[in-house]
Design a protein around this ligand. Structure first.
Ligand SMILES: *[C@@H]1O[C@H](CO)[C@@H](O)[C@H](O)[C@H]1NC(C)=O
Ligand SMILES: *[C@@H]1O[C@H](CO)[C@@H](O)[C@H](O)[C@H]1NC(C)=O
Ligand SMILES: *[C@@H]1O[C@H](CO)[C@@H](O)[C@H](O)[C@H]1NC(C)=O
Ligand SMILES: *[C@@H]1O[C@H](CO)[C@@H](O)[C@H](O)[C@H]1NC(C)=O
Ligand SMILES: *[C@@H]1O[C@H](CO)[C@@H](O)[C@H](O)[C@H]1NC(C)=O
Ligand SMILES: *[C@@H]1O[C@H](CO)[C@@H](O)[C@H](O)[C@H]1NC(C)=O
Ligand SMILES: *[C@@H]1O[C@H](CO)[C@@H](O)[C@H](O)[C@H]1NC(C)=O
Length: 467
């Protein structure tokens, strides 16, 4: 798979070089974080738009994509989980095509839920994890779902909710993004836990010891440097566009700096994004918060509909693509965490961002301490720009220490630090591989101006099941 995808990358570069003979010398891949790569990044990208969606794994949302380079159930599966890791005689459930538009029973994404999902126990041996003896087996997803809802819901349906995947025709917007832009195969959330810690880590390099959701009223404040401060202090423009229906963020308000510097007026309604994009008024940095989490919201968080999330992404994309700033824009779409949906790739170890830990009582009454020394599951991540290769699938990255490692949410802060000259906030960000080298030196002229319409899940051929 890796060979195949790097081959595709080379073919894509060769095709670009063919189209423009004078670019042959530039076609050699740039080294991530190198002066030539950073200078190319600064030259091409003047506006960054960053959207974090909610709670989906690669194997769930992109599990049915047949595009080469993605490791997923349709190409490499099926993957199976026992119904109950402690009672394997009950049999197992395997990943199957077609999942629900709206998944009714929200899978657990708490630290202990993630721990069961990855290690088949709520209390794995941390020493064995740290020294590499104990690796995640990714077998506990159905057990955790069964534990949370088993007495109330049909077990076959519960297993399908977490093990099944969306086919290409169920998520046409995702399919088009995979085929037209750049997708990461090995991109993980920073924290093996829920939303708020991951959104903090994405924007400031750590969850600062938090392992659970804190709510988004922001009566509490974090006195830590964030992407908003880094951009603001360099006198660059930024706005945090958020869907006023609420449910995620606005993260800018989580930081003391935003309040202390009277920058709360940079948190503006999502509707303004569309007018700013059309008028060419987008700031240097746009951070987008979708709404969450039930039916009618846009983040893809269950029971919010996949098709509503696709409609939202289509609208953001088309506003940017057809606005005057497109030619120097980089649109990053990622997800906060896996939301308890199955993924078969074991999350790797990673340096701790700080010395803090999180302890929580697990369902079996014991305490488990998460040391923030390992990543969460794989989440879908796309780079969208005229400066990325069409249909390219990136595998592992190379960090500034020269190690080949998985990408993670902190890779965004690492890359934006190169773009806008700020230092990594934490050791985790310093370790994270950047992706500046994926920005090409020749722009594409063939970029689609619209994305497909989302699937109609009332069509039995699409849904394959009754809702
Ligand atoms: C998904 O997001 C919601 C809303 O923030 C959160 O309550 C839930 O814990 C998340 N799921 C996981 C598995 O983190
Ligand atoms: C799984 O099996 C174990 C051992 O028999 C049992 O204690 C546990 O309750 C079972 N889990 C569920 C969700 O039924
Ligand atoms: C659970 O749902 C499946 C699929 O719809 C069905 O075949 C099965 O009979 C149901 N089982 C129970 C115990 O209701
Ligand atoms: C930003 O602007 C302020 C006020 O004009 C100025 O004092 C400061 O030096 C500028 N900072 C940078 C990094 O340019
Ligand atoms: C913030 O606004 C208040 C009220 O307008 C003003 O008194 C204060 O000086 C401002 N602070 C900063 C850091 O600009
Ligand atoms: C963690 O603690 C150790 C020992 O006190 C210290 O050397 C190290 O710098 C600390 N790391 C961070 C990220 O604070
Ligand atoms: C879990 O930790 C809490 C808080 O430190 C402590 O009070 C409790 O006794 C611990 N429980 C177990 C089972 O160790």
């Amino acid at each position: 798979m890796m060979l195949q995808s790097s081959l595709l990358g080379m073919l894509a570069l060769a095709a670009a070089a063919d189209a423009l003979p004078n670019s042959v010398a530039e076609a050699a891949p740039l080294r991530p974080g190198s002066p030539a790569s950073i200078s190319n990044l600064k030259d091409k990208i003047k506006n960054v738009v960053w959207l974090i969606m909610e709670n989906r794994s690669v194997d769930n949302l992109l599990g049915g994509q047949k595009h080469p380079g993605l490791e997923n159930p349709i190409q490499n599966g099926p993957y199976c989980n026992p119904y109950n890791v402690s009672k394997t005689c009950l049999g197992k459930a395997c990943s199957q095509p077609r999942d629900y538009d709206s998944v009714k029973n929200d899978p657990s994404h708490a630290v202990s839920g993630n721990t069961m999902e990855f290690y088949s126990t709520w209390t794995p041996d941390n020493e064995a994890i740290a020294d590499g003896r104990l690796k995640p087996n990714m077998l506990g997803f159905v057990t955790e779902q069964y534990h949370n809802y088993g007495s109330k819901v049909n077990l076959t349906e519960l297993a399908a909710q977490v093990m099944n995947y969306y086919t290409e025709d169920q998520v046409p917007v995702m399919t088009s993004l995979v085929q037209n832009f750049l997708t990461f195969n090995h991109w993980h959330s920073d924290i093996a836990g829920p939303t708020d810690p991951n959104r903090l880590a994405a924007t400031s390099g750590s969850s600062h010891g938090h392992g659970t959701n804190m709510g988004t009223d922001y009566t509490y404040q974090f006195n830590f440097p964030s992407i908003f401060q880094a951009v603001g202090e360099r006198n660059m423009s930024w706005l945090n566009y958020w869907d006023t229906a609420g449910g995620t963020g606005p993260e800018a308000k989580a930081y003391t700096w935003t309040q202390a510097t009277n920058n709360t007026d940079r948190v503006v309604p999502m509707t303004q994004f569309y007018t700013d994009a059309a008028a060419g008024n987008l700031p240097t940095f746009s951070y987008l918060n979708p709404s969450c989490c039930g039916v009618g919201t846009t983040s893809m968080h269950d029971s919010g509909k996949i098709s509503d999330g696709e409609a939202f992404i289509k609208k953001v994309y088309e506003s940017l693509r057809n606005g005057p700033q497109w030619e120097n824009s980089l649109f990053i779409i990622t997800f906060d965490e896996t939301g308890g949906f199955h993924d078969h790739v074991p999350p790797p170890l990673a340096p701790r961002p700080d010395n803090l830990t999180w302890t929580e009582k697990t369902p079996n009454g014991l305490n488990y301490t998460y040391e923030f020394n390992r990543l969460g599951g794989r989440v879908p991540t796309f780079l969208i720009s005229p400066w990325v290769s069409a249909g390219y699938v990136e595998q592992f990255g190379t960090n500034s220490f020269g190690d080949t490692v998985s990408y993670c949410a902190s890779s965004i802060l690492r890359t934006l630090g190169y773009l806008w000259d700020f230092e990594p906030f934490t050791p985790r960000v310093e370790w994270a591989p950047s992706f500046d080298h994926l920005i090409q030196t020749v722009p594409r002229k063939d970029v689609i101006s619209t994305l497909p319409n989302p699937a109609d899940f009332t069509d039995p051929w699409i849904s394959g099941r009754k809702e």
